[in-house]
Design a protein around this ligand. Sequence first.
Ligand code: PGA
Length: 250
Amino acid sequence: MRNKVIAGNWKMNNDLNGTVNLISELKKGVNDQTKATVIVCPPFTSLETAQTLLKDSLIKFGAQNMYFEESGAFTGEISPSMLKSVGCEYVILGHSERRTIFGETDQIINKKIKTAIKHNLKPIFCIGETLEEREKGITFEVCERQVRFGLEGLTEAELSTMIIAYEPVWAIGTGKTATNEQAQEVHAFIRKLVAKLLSENFAQNLVIQYGGSVKPENAKELLAQPDIDGALVGGACLKADSFLKIIDAA
Ligand code: PGA
């Protein structure tokens, strides 16, 4: 049985004050009765504060991105060991905003996944098709390419901590959610593909989150689909109330 994993991607939101407020509220709602694994991904500048605030909490945390080199002349970038030094457990990689706005390719994302794993960071590896790609009928093709490239050169053992997040780009921040059937269909496809690339056993244990306008109103039904093992939440994770409702739904 796969445990549900609910992650909040804060994106470029919350300064230190906002971080203290949001995490304090979330801590009140997450306790040993909470069945889902809960992860928050604040901006880099809030990670050290998150570490302090979450010390005795069940809430886990991670970063939203990192660079694939260890150190050196890469102005503005953050390395995996820097993330480890502030206690990060997870790192989101390949988010569609990184791909489209910042030009990250499948190859770059593959390098990042490799480096993250080498440093014991658990990747939350995002994939998903654009609206144009869905309308052209190439959703499966696009997801397959992203998964194949993303996992290239990595073994089952190395990937054991990875989470995949399926996020149709047209559903991110748009209020348009994939229907339960649309999401389930792609999740089942990804699981089958991973079974082919690695093994059936690996695929059965792999957590595949759905992301794209997840909110309290649609979380329960989405999370009830057999291949949807959690959610990567953007907008609705910025208010403790709505994020906690999604966690409850899981
Ligand atoms: P959204 O974002 O929930 O605001 O659609 C999800 C994401 O980008 O991870």
